[in-house]
Design a protein around this ligand. Structure first.
Ligand code: ADP
Ligand code: XUL
Length: 511
């Protein structure tokens, strides 16, 4: 029976998952992850990011991602699986990051870079460029109505504009600008790959209504940009075959390669969210809350985004930068393990007796905070358990507050990402939202979603289409017995506390 490989190039590492599909049965038969810092120390990344003196700058290394792909495909080749059954491969990647390629061969790694580094989603250095693009297209509302988002610092368009302004010669020498997703897909097919609407909508350049580049934004971003952008194809497109390079190097078969997408659109599939009404919260390097949308409803206050969904519809999403790395920092400050972190979290009563913090260790995306600084209210920094409780409560209240624009009455939450293993955190989530929270067997929903997308597209391309409900059945379903239920009285308390949190957030932003 056919095998499908999904790859996920996230901020901190690369994962591969192979699923075996036999009629209605789907099974994960291979799963492997590597962390960039540990597996490829020669690049000197910390949590997958190159150190930089300016906290608003965040770049990573496309050469490191290339090496990671080699390592992962070598593991797949050595897995003992019958790879003659490998039918298709797709991928997921951290969104918004950009890779700059010059003239020359695209048929085998390494590709000729015109910029050694790739700015990634944690970068917030492009406020001036956001303002320039906004003005040139006629304002934030116009830009959001077309592209799904106001101008956003980490989005690819403002990042491209900054590169054009700071390194005009290298910009001119660039022939193709890829997203992380289309870059890695290019390495697999040995030719420049297209982007899909799921990841293309994270650029401030794509018209959501037509899935084409919106020329007003393209022209406002940088001269000559239209010729440097990849084409946009539907997410379910077979974009080529695994190139001879991979066959020669690792003995892999000539499997079909399906367009890659962003990690959040892939997670939508990997958590089975192919219908409106349920939301997922991913507690990964970034914390995100998202759900499928049949019609694009843009966030009026500019905090959320509308992206394309791999199903051909839309998804609403709000993104927080101070996610797992903030929790890790708190854990490390008090010298705890994750188990002790959970016990500390449970030590104080819900609501923390009014002790609160605003969790901005690093610059924040939602709400926009340009310089990291944690603000404490009636909270002593030396009190570990109270600070841990304040952090997790703040993260969940911020998520509840800044997802209201999606217009979903949240009654069920599917939790995914590395920290979704932590049930003490999920209890706070359930209580703040007043929602039932479920976990998944496969923690990396983005990678699973990529494998399922490979399956769906390959079946469609071979004339045996499978409806999305059936694609996700079995694997991308929550574990019923994992339910974390909300306590009604706690939820009532958190509703009030969330209003207090909103006031404190607003007054902090005003100063
Ligand atoms: P990415 O978004 O890069 O794919 P993951 O979804 O793999 O990240 O999540 C990785 C993060 O999960 C780590 O940075 C770590 O902080 C967090 N994590 C792992 N286990 C736990 C746990 N038991 N409790 C809380 N956080 C955890
Ligand atoms: C989404 C975002 C992050 C990255 C990294 O807008 O910035 O979630 O995709 O995971």
């Amino acid at each position: 029976m056919p095998l499908y490989l999904g790859l996920d190039s996230s901020t901190q590492g690369l994962t591969g998952i192979v699923i075996d599909v036999d009629g209605s049965r789907r099974e994960v038969v291979f799963e492997s992850s590597l962390q960039f810092d540990a597996a490829l120390p020669q690049y000197g990344t910390q949590h997958g990011v190159l150190p930089h003196a300016d906290p608003s700058v965040a770049c990573s290394s496309p050469a490191m991602w290339t090496d990671a792909l080699e390592l992962m495909l070598a593991r797949v080749a050595a897995s003992g699986l019958d790879l003659s059954r490998l039918a298709a491969i797709s991928g997921s990647a951290q969104q918004h990051g950009s890779v700059y390629i010059g003239p020359g061969s695209a048929d085998r790694p390494p590709l000729p870079f015109t910029r050694a580094v790739a700015p990634i989603w944690m970068d917030s250095s492009t406020s001036a460029e956001c303002a320039e693009i906004t003005e040139a297209v006629g304002g934030s509302a116009t830009l959001a109505a077309h592209t799904g988002s106001r101008a956003v610092e980490r989005f690819t368009g403002p990042q491209i504009r900054r590169f054009y302004k700071t390194e005009p010669l290298a910009y001119t020498a660039t022939r193709r600008i890829h997203l992380v997703s289309s870059f890695l897909a290019s390495l697999l097919i040995g030719a420049h790959a297209p982007v899909d609407p799921g990841d293309g909508s994270g650029m401030n350049l794509m018209d959501l209504a037509t899935n084409r580049w919106w020329m007003a934004a393209v022209e406002a971003t940088a001269p000559g940009l239209a010729a440097k952008l990849p084409p946009i194809v539907p997410s379910s497109t077979v974009i080529g075959m695994l190139s001879p390079y991979w066959r020669e190097r690792h003995g892999l078969p000539g499997a079909a390669v399906v367009a890659w997408s962003g990690d959040n659109p892939c997670s939508l599939i990997g958590t089975g969210l192919v219908r409106e009404g349920v939301v997922a919260i991913s507690l990964g390097t970034s914390d995100t809350i998202f759900g499928l949308m049949r019609e694009p409803r843009v966030s009026p206050d500019g905090t959320g985004h509308v992206f394309g969904s791999p199903t051909g519809e839309f998804m609403g999403i709000t993104v927080f930068r101070n996610g797992s790395l903030a929790r890790e920092r708190m854990r490390d400050v008090y010298g705890l393990t994750w188990n002790r972190f959970s016990s500390a979290l449970e030590e104080n009563t819900p609501g923390n007796d009014g002790r609160m913090l605003l969790p901005w260790f690093e610059p924040e995306i939602t709400p926009l905070v340009s310089r990291g600084s944690v603000r404490r209210f009636e909270l002593d920094a030396s009190d570990g358990p109270a600070n841990i409780r304040a952090l997790v409560e703040a993260q969940m209240m911020a998520m509840a507050l800044h997802s209201r624009w999606m217009g979903v009455d949240v009654k069920i939450i599917y939790a995914t990402g590395g920290a979704s293993a932590n049930r003490a955190i999920l209890q706070v989530m359930a209580d703040v939202f007043g929602a039932d929270v479920y976990q998944f067997d496969v923690g990396n929903s983005a990678c699973l979603g990529a494998a399922l997308r490979a399956f769906e597209a390959h079946r469609a391309a071979t004339g045996q289409p499978v409806p999305w409900d059936d694609v996700v059945r079995g694997l991308a379903e929550p574990v019923t017995s994992s339910l974390v239920s909300p306590h009604p009285s706690r939820h009532a308390m958190y509703r009030e506390l969330t209003e207090r949190y909103a006031e404190r957030e607003a007054s902090a932003l005003a100063t």
